[in-house]
Ligand binder design. Structure first.
Ligand SMILES: NC(=O)c1ccc[n+]([C@@H]2O[C@H](COP(=O)([O-])OP(=O)(O)OC[C@H]3O[C@@H](n4cnc5c(N)ncnc54)[C@H](OP(=O)(O)O)[C@@H]3O)[C@@H](O)[C@H]2O)c1
Length: 263
């Protein structure tokens, strides 16, 4: 059987870099995508040397509507079949909706909603033809938690949680499984990019996970065909506690508990 190839977006840092390392350690070839090409090249060189896998790099800004087509066209031109798609690239804004320029909000939606959906749509026909595929979409514990005031993030990650389950239902008869991976607070560059490092540092240590732990549990869920994975015991308890609460209570809690509402 030919070696399978995984496309990992947002592989230049955090959970995406950890996914790239984990998949290389399992013998998968890789196509790594993010904006910072030099980081991708350095990681690719390391993974080729350590695990003897093929590791291609393609620098792209996924907030550019042309990026998903550019990535899959590049893969096709290089003769790379995408068997595994890890839709991981993401970030969160922290400024109030009404104060944020539309271009910034549109870029977030393009990156975490449209690109996630379009990349899936572009790779599924090949997966169907080959009768095997795995798609991992990075959602978040935020998709289960009360809505965070002013942020698009909860809505975006709720979309990812829902669409992943719908796609899994549609595609599993074709040998394709789709998993929404929903981490809680994870050590990465996420809060530096968001500008909430100080607030994040004040949160209790038991709420935090390492990216490698998120990825190990997430990949196990993918291989077991689970449509949703909330990694870590504490996160599972939080998700379970949040699910049955009435909408009005969730709305109230979202306003009270959002640790970044004043950031
Ligand atoms: N950390 C957490 O607490 C947490 C919790 C739940 C869910 N998540 C989700 O997990 C995923 C990974 O986050 P992380 O924690 O690993 O954050 P991170 O360390 O900041 O990594 C984010 C990755 O996304 C890439 N990226 C961001 N904007 C991009 C763009 N416009 N085009 C292409 N790539 C882009 C970044 O690469 P470049 O900057 O090089 O482009 C980087 O590789 C995200 O979807 C996030 O929402 C994170």
């Amino acid at each position: 059987m030919p070696t399978r190839t995984a496309l990992v977006t947002g592989a230049s840092a955090g959970i995406g870099a950890s996914f790239a390392r984990h998949l290389a350690s399992q013998g998968y070839d890789l196509l790594l995508v993010a904006r910072r090409a030099e980081r991708l090249e350095a990681l690719a060189a390391q993974l080729r040397a350590e695990y003897d896998v093929r590791c291609a790099v393609f620098a792209a800004d996924l907030s550019d509507p042309a990026a998903p087509a550019a990535i899959t066209d590049h893969a096709a031109a290089e003769g790379i079949d995408i068997d595994i798609l890890v839709n991981n690239a993401g970030l969160s804004g922290k400024t109030a909706f009404a104060e944020t320029p539309w271009d910034t909000l549109a870029a977030e939606i393009q990156l975490m909603v449209t690109a996630v959906t379009e990349l899936s749509h572009r790779v599924v026909p090949g997966m169907k033809q080959r009768g095997w595929g795995r798609i991992v979409n990075l959602s978040s514990l935020a998709a289960f938690s009360p809505p965070g005031a002013s942020l698009l993030y909860t809505g975006v990650k709720s979309y990812v949680l829902n669409i992943s389950q719908s796609l899994d239902m549609e595609l599993k008869p074709h040998g394709i499984h789709v998993t929404a991976l929903c981490p809680g607070f994870t050590h990465s560059e996420f809060h530096d990019v968001m500008g909430t490092r100080d607030e994040a540092n004040n949160l209790p240590g038991l709420l935090w996970q390492q990216p490698d732990d998120v990825v190990r549990e997430g990949w196990q869920a993918v291989m077991n065909g689970k449509p949703v994975c909330v990694p870590g015991t504490v996160n599972k308890v939080v998700a379970a506690a949040m699910r049955p609460i009435p909408t009005r209570v969730g709305y109230y809690l979202g306003g009270r508990l959002n640790p970044f509402k004043d950031a």
